[in-house]
Design a protein around this ligand. Structure first.
Ligand SMILES: Cc1ncc(COP(=O)(O)O)c(C=O)c1O
Length: 438
């Protein structure tokens, strides 16, 4: 590994002109310490930094790069689209094709394209409120839905009490209609509906939580949410920004709702469907979606929504994301889970590897399944700091926080997996020797 001089120089310049030197906080390495690597290029499963070091990438741009970086067919399609103009401000064919692809794969009947996952969840909530004529939103602790004001909320002092802002800058009045409940807790949901049922516009949940580490819904939990919402005239919003088109061709819904015979009222998508470009979407039943402007009264808009280059990148990615691609990623994920678990066990590090299909993460210092945010917070996150840096020094790029999922791509081949396997023993030893003071 070459010295990180070019990254260090860029980070110093970046900090002078951008808060913390980054444009999204987790990139700043605050949770693991040290300094972020500035990447210069990426191909297949690899990233190369500005000092010329190559890394096996297990972040995949936080999910979008399902096919690996710079997939030749995606790049060619994007170059072709860009050559015809980068934005028209009118309807264009790629956005119709992308919407048809999404409708074909998921339970939604109509979609609205937007530019980020945050915009998707924010708009879905507005739509749910407009459709139901109610204000209260139920969310779960540890689930992240982007930086939407009303969702940057922390649980109030009691179970069915309203939330307080989770960050300065969000007025208390904005979270006063948000209820934050423990994830996977049916009783808390039932209690909230018993007390506030006629005021609840929607329940929003990550389809499988990936932002407190990977915490899958307990069997039947999402169906329970769907049924509870229906019984009370509320809408069920399944946030598939992370899981959509990643954990199966039709996301987490393909793993539960499609099998069990239910569908959310609204779904939000992002990441994979943008193929590495800023594109996201929300969609649902026709009756609900037609409440949106211009067919209905609920206003929603965007200058770059359905951008032809982004839509082409997403469409090309989804068309290439065949059953075989998912089978490959799933198989690689299983191998990796075993490799990580064996390496940690060999060093006596208590841990639990868990997730939803190919989306997984490691919980440190726990002995069993983690089902909620309190469980996730109880882990020995400091062990991850040591593990993360040992992996990074050995050329494996993991998410810089124990509370993030690990992301694979179809480009992670034998060579990439064996590089990870070679790095694991030293990193596991580092995790075993770590102390909370490190
Ligand atoms: C489940 C979920 N919803 C929404 C978002 C927000 O998406 P974006 O970062 O594109 O605004 C994220 C981002 O990680 C996410 O994981």
């Amino acid at each position: 590994m070459s010295p990180q001089q070019a990254s260090a120089d860029l980070f110093a310049r970046a900090r002078a002109v951008s808060p913390g030197g980054v444009n999204s906080p987790v990139r700043a390495f605050r949770a693991v310490g040290g300094q972020p690597r500035f990447m210069a290029s990426a191909r297949g499963p690899y990233l190369t930094d500005v000092d010329g070091n190559e890394y096996v990438d297990l972040v995949a741009s936080w999910g979008p790069m399902l096919l690996g970086h710079a997939h030749p067919e995606v790049i060619a399609a994007v170059a072709d689209a860009a050559g015809r103009g980068t934005s028209f401000g009118t309807p264009s064919e790629p956005e119709v094709l992308l919407a048809e692809e999404i409708v074909g794969r998921t339970p939604v009947e109509m979609v609205r394209l937007v530019s980020s996952g945050t915009e998707a969840t924010m708009s879905a909530i507005r739509l749910a409120r407009g459709f139901t004529g109610r204000d209260v939103v139920v969310k779960f602790a540890g689930c992240y839905h982007g930086h939407v004001d009303s969702l940057l909320a922390e649980a109030g002092s009691g179970l069915a009490t309203f939330a307080v802002p989770g960050t300065p800058g969000v007025p208390a009045v904005v979270t006063a209609d948000t209820l934050v409940l423990p994830y996977n807790d049916r009783e808390a949901v039932s209690a909230a509906f018993a007390e506030h049922g006629d005021r609840i516009a929607c329940v929003i949940t990550e389809a499988a939580a990936g932002n407190m580490g990977a915490v899958p819904p307990l069997p039947g939990f999402n169906q329970f949410l769907s049924e509870t919402c229906r019984a009370h005239g509320a809408l069920f919003i399944s946030d598939e920004v992370m899981t959509g088109f990643r954990v199966s061709p039709s996301g987490q819904w393909g793993r539960d709702g499609a099998v069990e015979g239910w569908a959310p009222d609204l779904l939000t998508f992002g990441k994979v469907m943008g193929g590495g470009f800023p594109a996201a979407a929300f969609g649902g039943r026709r009756e609900v979606m037609e409440m949106l402007s211009p067919t209905g009264p609920v206003y929603q808009a965007g200058t770059l929504s359905g951008n032809p280059v982004a839509a082409t990148a997403g469409l090309t990615t989804l068309r290439l994301a065949t059953d075989e691609v998912y089978a490959t990623i799933d198989a690689t994920a299983e191998r990796l889970k075993t490799l990580v678990s064996d390496a940690l066990a060999a060093e006596g590090v208590a841990h639990h590897v868990q997730g939803a299909g190919n989306l997984f993460s490691v919980f440190w210092g726990v002995t069993g399944q983690v089902d909620d945010y309190a469980g996730a917070q109880a882990q020995e996150g400091w062990r991850y700091r040591a593990f993360f840096h040992a992996m990074l020094d050995a050329g494996v790029h993991l998410p810089p926080s124990a509370f993030e999922a690990w992301f694979l791509s179809a480009a992670h081949d034998e060579e990439a997996v064996s590089r990870i396997a070679e790095a694991l023993p030293v990193a596991a030893r580092a995790a075993a020797r770590a102390t909370p003071e490190d």
